[in-house]
Write a protein that binds this ligand. Structure first.
Ligand code: CJB
Length: 836
């Protein structure tokens, strides 16, 4: 039974629910209370980490107050909510962003200063929450920030992995992986909710029950159960009361211990069972844009979807509405196909547990779900073996077969006798074994399917799902171009530029309304603004140079052009082409006289990014970058004219240092392979210039900022297929400059050439699938253009200002408003000021 507060006690609750005022004394009081009481430390037993904890806990109190007020308001108003289901949330650090969102950074700084702590040092003590691989996970984090800031009633749902993405160390030039012990020192940003838990069943059997009236129903029984426990991560909106929640599930054994087994002396077996439950949420799979068909991953997917739906349904049922209202109260967004099992799971609950008819249930399901596709790479599209699903989720497999049957009947009706079409469109792919095509299941079970940039959404329609576009007559498919939060990716990571923009625009309202940035265009030719603008860029380059020195001992000059490529290491992203271009530059520089060399634009080429641990070729790319750096950086003839640095362990907090420091950033995927990219947006927002291919969101960025302010090169997406076809059937034309570069590698200029043979082979015997040879000449030309442009300091400053000024479109606030209005049909639910 629910506990209800005696009415005469309510005033006490109210009093303590009100957030404390942000006064210096109040802050110091709460800080010291946590330091001494929560962490049992004293003035004589303190360090920066202790004061980080004290500060974080004091902020956490404020967050919880805001969170409670928000949730109470939502409960009262009962608006339609969106649930954003994602296997990844790449949040990074929270202290700085919370201080800024709550508008208390300055006063906390003062309060801590008086106690003898520097806020900047404390911020550096926090470990990243790295529950994601790359773009997809970081997008989810940006979207949570926008949902909160725009006052939407939204929940994120995911998994609380005990280990996030691995820590990368470089040993002898090679990537080595270490576990990410992120929870070891506690996590101030989560609230453990032992009271919110659900059972999740795996395996077992399906009982067919024939009722007295002849109707047939199915009951899923037996098997093993685990419990999902909620951990809540409050996400405050910027400058608003709205504080939403990311609910992360952690797996616990259903029975704490099997005492019978224990008493029998079978202690190990008893512990084993417990461990096997906990294993489910133990580790994030470290693959980006690549599916791995491991059973534990499938368990993770069902585990989080099952707990999430129980939670959403419990909330819905509190209002006593009929089931037919469900899609008008609940919208569920599938972040890629990873949570697609939610579709058969909701259908199962509705027909097996709630007694709805198949058709009524399916109507609810298809009005509730929508699906975002994030990639066209075939190796990333999820396909799960039918026997695997059958074993783990027998009832779901039956339901998927039925969904497919009814779907194919409709296809047959629309295109009678078209057997090949049925085969192509079947959710079940024939073969040994059969596979479930998760993207097809997601499309069939959703009302809307979107790609993440204009080009990508067109490729989805024309190249990967054309049959579905034809069947649904185009009605399901749409585009929502990705965005990034300007709070973290300008206001927080680049305080100097942020302050300068506020000063020039006369207000900081751009932080919540990025359209305002357009007004910066007026200043593009203003010499004083240009000077200040580039001085800020230089400060940021000094900050990065210092970081590079502290980590790698390599000294780099802040006066060189900073040319940066940071992202997951993947063949399609072509870091290999970048380093081949660096070798080309090095060989050219070596041929020059010292006088000629002195006239060259000095360039620092920075790489960072993780490779999937089992991705052999990507790991060789890292080795090659480090080997080239070793030679180039120690060549006395070259000096500062060229430096090559691989910064280890790329993550969100490192991105915050790297991105504001770029002059050029590279986004050079083979046309048609990068769905959108989001770091491209971050770099340009910070006044960096893109050198990139006509791919993903680069295209839309070019449209917004003007083609003069971006260096495009390479073949277009619609040429790629033909070139690949030719590459397969005749000898590849090797670019002569590229041949020289490969010769240098093969001569052993960068160490034992044997090491790099498999990598070099991808350009020749491998058929050069990513068209490096084809694009090499135009890549080198674009690089030369960028050198020329950089010599013109005034012209460069103008470009840089116009870059930032043109980025309004790429705020995640714009993306989220599009999702809310066009897909989720939700409205803001603003907490009234009187409750603040
Ligand atoms: N993406 O990060 C991932 N992981 C995947 O498995 C598939 C796609 C990326 O998603 C980003 C957000 O939509 C895109 O910007 C990026 O192009 C894509 O590779």
């Amino acid at each position: 039974p629910r506990w209800l507060p005696p009415p005469e006690t309510l005033h006490l609750w109210k009093e303590f629910e009100t957030p404390e005022p942000a006064e210096i004394k109040a802050i110091q009081k709460s800080f010291l209370r946590h330091v001494t009481k929560t962490f049992a430390r004293t003035a004589f037993n303190m360090d920066n980490f202790g004061s980080y904890q004290g500060t974080a806990y004091s902020l956490r109190d404020r967050l919880i107050d805001k969170w409670n007020i928000t949730q109470q308001h939502h409960t009262r108003e009962d608006p339609k909510r969106v649930y954003y289901l994602s296997l990844e949330f790449l949040l990074g650090r929270s202290l700085d962003s919370c201080l800024l969102s709550l508008g208390v950074k300055d006063i906390y700084k003062k309060a801590l200063d008086e106690l003898g702590f520097r806020l900047e040092d404390l911020i550096g003590e926090e470990v990243d929450a790295a529950l994601g691989n790359g773009g997809l996970g970081r997008l989810a984090a940006c979207y949570m920030d926008s949902l909160a800031t725009l006052d939407y009633p939204a929940w994120g749902y995911g998994i609380r992995y005990n280990y996030g993405i691995f820590k990368q160390l470089i040993v002898d030039g090679y990537q080595t992986e270490f576990p990410d012990y992120w929870l070891n020192f506690g996590n101030p940003w989560e609230i453990e909710r032992l009271d919110v838990s659900y059972e999740v069943r795996f395996r077992g059997y399906v009982n067919k029950v024939t009722e007295e009236d002849g109707t047939i129903s199915y009951v899923w029984e037996g098997g093993e159960k685990v419990v999902a426990v909620a951990y809540d991560v409050p996400i405050p909106g910027y400058g608003t009361m709205n504080t939403i929640n990311i609910r992360l599930w952690s797996a616990k054994p259903a029975r704490e211990f099997d005492f019978a087994m224990f008493n029998d002396g079978n202690y190990e077996k008893a512990v084993e069972e417990q461990k096997s439950a906990e294993n489910i949420t133990s580790v994030l799979y470290p693959n980006d844009n690549h599916m791995v068909g491991k059973i534990l991953r499938l368990k993770q997917q069902y585990f989080f979807v099952c707990a999430t739906l129980q939670d959403a349904i419990r909330r819905f049922k509190k209002t006593n509405r009929p089931w037919s209202d469900f899609p008008y109260q609940v919208s569920i967004q599938l972040n890629d196909t990873h949570p697609t099992l939610g579709i058969p799971e909701l259908q199962r609950i509705l027909i097996d547990e709630e007694g709805l008819s198949w058709d009524d249930a399916w109507d609810i399901v298809t009005k509730t779900f929508s699906f975002t596709n994030h990639t066209v790479l075939p190796e990333a599209l999820e396909r799960w073996a039918v026997p695997l699903i059958q074993d783990l989720l027998p009832r779901h497999m039956m339901i998927i077969f039925d969904i497919n049957l009814f779907f194919l009947q409709k296809v047959e009706k629309k295109f009678p006798g078209d057997r090949d079409r049925l085969r192509r469109m079947s959710i079940i792919e024939e073969g040994h074994p059969q596979n479930v095509r998760m993207a097809f299941l997601a499309i069939v079970g959703s009302h809307t399917v979107n790609g993440v940039a204009a080009l990508h959404s067109n490729l989805i329609k024309n190249d990967i799902f054309p049959d579905f576009v034809e069947f649904y007559e185009g009605n399901k498919f749409t585009n929502v171009t990705n965005g990034i939060t300007p709070r973290r990716w300008l206001h927080q990571c680049n305080p100097a530029l942020s302050d300068f923009i506020t000063q020039k625009l006369g207000s900081d309202s751009w932080v919540k309304d990025l359209e305002q940035l357009k007004k910066l265009k007026e200043f593009a030719d203003d010499a004083a603004v240009q000077k200040q603008w580039m001085a800020i860029k230089r400060q940021n380059k000094v900050r990065l140079a210092d970081y590079i020195h502290s980590i790698t001992s390599i000294q780099v000059s802040p006066d060189s052009l900073f040319d940066i490529q940071v992202k997951r290491i993947h063949e399609y992203k072509r870091q290999f082409m970048n380093i081949l271009g660096v070798i080309h530059r090095y060989l050219r520089l070596k041929k020059l006289t010292p006088e000629q060399r002195a006239k060259e634009v000095p360039r620092l080429v920075v790489f960072a990014g993780k490779s999937a641990p089992g991705y052999f070729i990507a790991k060789l790319v890292i080795k090659l970058i480090n080997s080239v750096g070793e030679v180039v950086n120690n060549d006395p003839e070259i000096g500062d004219i060229l430096k090559v640095v691989f910064i280890p362990n790329y993550n969100v907090s490192l991105a915050e240092i790297i991105i504001p420091a770029s002059d050029i950033s590279q986004h050079i995927s083979t046309a048609g392979t990068e769905a959108s990219g989001t770091s491209n947006m971050k770099f340009v927002l910070n006044g960096g210039i893109i050198l990139g291919t006509v791919d993903g969101a680069n295209i839309e960025i070019g449209e917004e900022i003007g083609e003069d302010n971006i260096f495009f090169f390479g073949v277009k997406a619609d040429e790629v297929e033909d070139i690949r076809h030719l590459n397969r059937y005749r000898k590849i034309e090797m670019d002569p400059d590229l041949r020289n570069v490969l010769d240098a590698i093969e001569r052993g200029t960068f160490g034992d050439p044997k090491i790099f043979e498999p990598l070099v082979a991808t350009l020749t015997v491998g058929g050069d699938y990513y068209l490096i040879s084809k694009d090499f000449a135009s890549y080198i030309e674009a690089q030369a253009d960028s050198d020329e442009a950089y010599k013109d300091k005034v012209g460069w400053a103008k470009k840089s200002i116009l870059c930032t000024a043109g980025m309004s479109k790429f705020s995640s606030d714009r993306s989220i408003n599009e999702y809310a209005e066009r897909i989720w049909k939700i409205k803001p639910c603003t907490v009234p000021a009187t409750l603040n």
